[in-house]
Design a protein around this ligand. Structure first.
Ligand SMILES: [Zn+2]
Ligand SMILES: [Zn+2]
Length: 247
């Protein structure tokens, strides 16, 4: 299925409304899409956002399959995410991402990059990443490993076999993010061998990004990856029966 399940609207830091993103996605020819705005534990707008997307699902149901989602960043080494648990039932998909690498007393800062011990950064990243994989609230691992690049840490320095084993064992969906061009080839290759399900995302913040990046999304979609059956995934997650045809 030609789809893009990671993009932002003006509910968070995107430029355009959900309707504008949906119309653009239909224009590109996507069969399915998700709007996945950034949230924080304290975001008061999430119920209204989820209700709005619910209305849009109905409005556009004959033109595109719309999923609702949120992107929540990992806030601590124990893999906790920055989303109130009450949000979980309101949306179809939760993207987990590491935007800043946690340490016991906060986060690593790229401003101190050169002075920081690389081993500690890698160990703390690995701990937070693996605990996120164990977090049952997370469905999709968004832009995996992208945050390590900010510290100049390359895939050769990481235990790739262990990381990809853990991704496969978690059963979570691995995102190929064309905006950040991540994860690296070795993660993709090993994860494909280990049976991990992929999805290709643009992580767009504007209609222009959505259109420009759709070419790469299309290219990767035809690249032989085992893509997740998102309709089935969401139905199973929400314990819903298959849709009645014609409804
Ligand atoms: Zn992100
Ligand atoms: Zn994003």
């Amino acid at each position: 299925m030609f789809m893009d399940l990671h993009m932002h609207s003006n509910y968070s830091d995107g430029k355009h409304t959900p309707e504008e993103m949906i119309e653009a996605a239909i224009g590109i020819g996507y069969e399915a899409m998700a709007i996945t705005d950034h949230v924080w534990k304290s975001s008061p707008w999430v119920p209204a956002y989820a209700a709005h997307l619910q209305t849009l699902k109905r409005k556009y149901r004959h033109r595109i399959r719309l999923y609702s989602g949120i992107e929540a960043k990992v806030v601590s080494l124990d893999g906790d995410i920055d989303a109130d648990p009450s949000f979980d039932a309101l949306v179809d998909l939760i993207l987990g991402s590491i935007h800043r690498i946690p340490k016991p007393d906060g986060y690593y800062s790229t401003a101190d990059g050169d002075r920081l011990p690389r081993r500690a950064i890698i160990e703390h990243w690995l701990e937070a990443f693996c605990r996120m994989l164990e977090n049952p609230r997370v469905d999709i691992i968004a832009h995996p490993l992208s945050e390590l690049k900010k510290f100049g840490i390359r895939e050769e320095e990481l235990p790739m076999a262990e990381i990809t084993d853990r991704i496969a064992a978690s059963g979570k969906i691995l995102e190929l993010n064309v905006r950040y061009n991540t994860p690296d080839q070795s993660v993709i290759r090993l994860s494909a061998q280990k049976g991990t399900a992929f999805l290709i995302s643009s992580d767009s913040h504007t209609v222009r990004d959505l259109v420009l990046n759709s070419r790469l999304v299309k290219e990767f979609t035809g690249g032989g990856f085992r893509l997740v059956d998102i309709d089935r995934y969401v139905r199973e997650k929400k314990n819903c029966p298959p849709p009645i045809s014609g409804s």
